[in-house]
Design a protein around this ligand. Structure first.
Ligand SMILES: [Zn+2]
Length: 251
């Protein structure tokens, strides 16, 4: 099972993260092979088997998922969420960002072109994982996730380390209807072929919120160009979702 890591997040003691590729799982056909999504038409039993495989790989006891909808909700799981113990699989709810201070809970965002934005505060020991499509950029979900981390856990944006997963690159993020979809203040991220640099846009939003530029690591891998390694919705409408996971504690 191949996983990608970002050096700034790897350097934090007591935090583990894994960005899985599409390889190493059991799904067949369009979903081959490490599809982790239960809502794209793949066989549920096989997806559960894939999820158990990443659990083993991470040596974790709990995988937490969202019902991702490109919406505004930010969900937090804290110690009080687990009065009955930590389950193996946790469905946190409908939303596109999750935050936790609980060791042993792996926050998993599923993507195929969108960005999974992994965050860790090594000082306050808080992590977050955010699903960011262009709608998420337009809705300022990164900024609002950090605001929640500040308000609820006292995080300082300057302490945050952030990693951006493989996702649609500036080579492939063409928006034909950008005048309706993307506010004019972001058009400086567009080239002459109406392709947006969404990596730069996320970076700009993070920096405006106070994250240090050197603490933002972008994988720089375009999913649509690299369907050999990742799922891409723009490349094929029927496809799987790969996972990006972050957890406090573990090996
Ligand atoms: Zn590309």
């Amino acid at each position: 099972m191949e996983t990608l890591r970002l050096s700034n997040l790897s350097a934090i003691e007591g935090v583990q993260h894994h960005i899985f590729s599409r390889h190493g799982g059991c799904s067949q056909g369009d979903y081959a092979s490490l599809n982790l999504s239960l809502s794209v038409g793949d066989d549920d039993g096989v997806v559960q088997q894939n999820r158990r495989m990443i659990m083993e790989h991470m040596q974790t006891t709990c995988l937490a998922f969202l019902n991702q909808v490109h919406g505004p909700q930010i969900l937090t799981v804290d110690q009080q969420s687990f009065s009955n113990g930590i389950p193996e699989s946790l469905y946190i709810g409908t939303g596109d960002a999750m935050i936790t201070d609980v060791p042993g809970v792996a926050l998993v965002v599923l993507v195929a072109d969108c960005q999974a934005v992994l965050m860790a505060d090594p000082v306050k020991r808080i992590i977050a994982n955010v699903h960011v499509g262009w709608r998420g950029n337009v809705n300022h979900i990164l900024c609002r996730t950090i605001t929640e981390m500040q308000g609820r856990f006292g995080c300082n944006p300057e302490d945050l380390q952030v990693g951006i997963s493989p996702s649609l690159g500036p080579c492939c993020a063409e928006f034909v209807k950008f005048t309706h979809e993307i506010p004019e203040r972001y058009w400086h991220h567009k080239d002459q072929q109406n392709r947006f640099d969404l990596w730069a846009l996320s970076r700009e939003q993070l920096q405006l919120k106070g994250v240090s530029p050197e603490n933002i690591h972008v994988s720089g891998i375009c999913t649509r160009c690299r369907t050999d390694n990742y799922f891409s919705y723009r490349a094929s409408k029927i496809t799987g979702r790969f996972g990006a996971a972050i957890q406090l504690g573990g090996p």
